[in-house]
Design a protein around this ligand. Structure first.
Ligand code: DNO
Length: 410
């Protein structure tokens, strides 16, 4: 697999020369300074591409070229926004970039309630607690219908046995303070969304109000409608993808559950099969995010990899641990529900040059207080990258593929 790394542009505290030292071959990035809904110009793309290449690496994957809300909910200007998207695709391809990671999650990209949950070894990781999320939904967002939905919430079989999330959220409400509320909003909305080129940014003064406005756009949009809008988008852009040899790869929903009354359409085997079959073009593919998929107790991650390897254009390697309570956290890249050794074997057999990045490293040693984006530590991710490089080298030996560690004489 091609060893890539998510880098947040020239302002990232983690520099390309640091990445060169740890065996990174390809960069995964975006034009983070271009406002949502504007064309990515060739000049801007070229400038960043040349900068990356001056360090001896290539710009392997765009993560993300954001799909704006109007395309997702089918707003009046969606055709205009699809034209904007197509032009960005043409410009990227003209600069030699042929792989786009995007998502089709309404309003919120990935979500966690705690960004520094302690591990037994003294490091910290991202964590999702259902009761805290329900509290946010009912008491902070005050979403209509939230209470009723949480009252009938059920965990996948075998998890959260005897748990009543609504009662827990009500109990939590008695202990919360304005400071704790603020911290939860920061975790769910600001710190996790701000850097992914989504709808929210660090400077938002009234994120909850903004959140409510976004949610209101989805009134009446159910799963079938969202699927139809995804199909509409993919069908519209496929001719350009064919012309430009552009691989589109949708990122699974994270976490893979329905939240905030919004439909989620890329979370299970059935979902993935649906969108691949709905637009049966090889350029319509998947970002195989082992982490997001492993947070769904109903997903057998290895079986999904086997089934969808041929339509996978990009891989995120990480793994989640689901507690008996149903809450989940990031596991070690050598543990958890995603068997990364087996995944590397499957993908390496399918296509040894498939781009792969490690995802969501723990915060460890010197990482704290460095101001890294949540989940995107340096030492923690480097540690995971070292583990994954070892796995790739071992699998390559088994498969008779010559493994090359970049940056050395041999
Ligand atoms: C989170 C990321 C996601 C991903 C987008 C792709 O850590 O994996 O934010 O980049 O969903 O559009």
């Amino acid at each position: 697999m091609e060893k890539t790394w998510r880098w947040f542009g020239k302002k990232d505290k983690i520099t390309l020369s640091m990445l060169k030292q740890i065996g990174v071959e390809g960069i995964v990035t975006a034009l983070h300074d271009v406002p949502l809904g504007e064309v990515w110009t060739r000049e801007k793309i070229r400038d960043l591409r040349e900068y990356i290449e001056s360090y001896g690496m290539r710009w392997s994957v765009v993560e993300s070229l954001p799909v704006v809300e109007t395309i997702k909910y089918g707003g009046p200007d969606r055709d205009h926004q699809i034209e904007v998207y197509k032009q960005s695709l043409r410009n990227l391809s003209a600069e030699g970039i042929h792989c786009i990671c995007y998502n089709f999650m309404p309003v919120l990209d990935w979500a966690r309630t705690d960004l520094s949950h302690p591990n037994p070894n003294g490091t910290t990781n991202l964590y999702f607690n259902y009761a805290e999320f329900a509290y946010f939904d009912i008491y902070i967002l005050k979403r209509e219908g939230a209470r009723e939905e949480w009252a009938s919430f059920t965990f996948p079989e075998g998890y959260g046995v005897g748990r009543n999330v609504l009662e827990e959220a009500d109990a939590l409400a008695k202990t919360m303070t304005p400071e704790k509320d603020h911290a939860l909003v920061e975790n769910i909305v600001i710190k996790t969304q701000g850097f992914v080129s989504g709808n929210f940014s660090e400077g938002d003064e009234a994120p909850i109000q903004k959140f409510r406005e976004f949610l209101s756009l989805y009134k009446g949009i159910d799963k079938a409608a969202l699927r139809a809008n995804m199909k509409y988008f993919l069908e519209a852009i496929m001719p350009v993808c064919d012309e430009c040899d552009m691989n589109m790869c949708v990122h699974p929903d994270d976490p893979p559950i329905e939240i905030l009354g919004l439909p989620r359409i890329v979370r299970t085997e059935e979902d993935i099969r649906w969108f691949l079959d709905a637009v049966p073009n090889k350029h319509n593919g998947l970002t195989f995010c082992a982490g997001s998929l492993s947070a769904g107790a109903y997903n057998n991650v290895t079986a999904l990899a086997r089934e969808f390897a041929s339509r996978t254009h990009f891989v995120h390697l990480r793994s989640c641990h689901i507690f008996p309570s149903g809450d989940f956290t990031e596991a070690s890249h050598l543990g958890g529900r995603a068997d990364i050794v087996e995944l590397v074997r499957i993908f390496e057999k399918e296509n040894p040059s498939l781009p792969m990045r490690v995802d969501h490293g723990m915060t460890m040693l010197d990482d704290a207080d460095k101001g890294y984006n949540a989940g995107y530590s340096f030492i923690g991710r480097m540690f995971a990258m070292g583990q994954v490089q070892g796995i790739i080298a071992t699998v390559d030996r088994e498969l008779g593929i010559q493994y090359k560690q970049p940056g050395f004489f041999d």
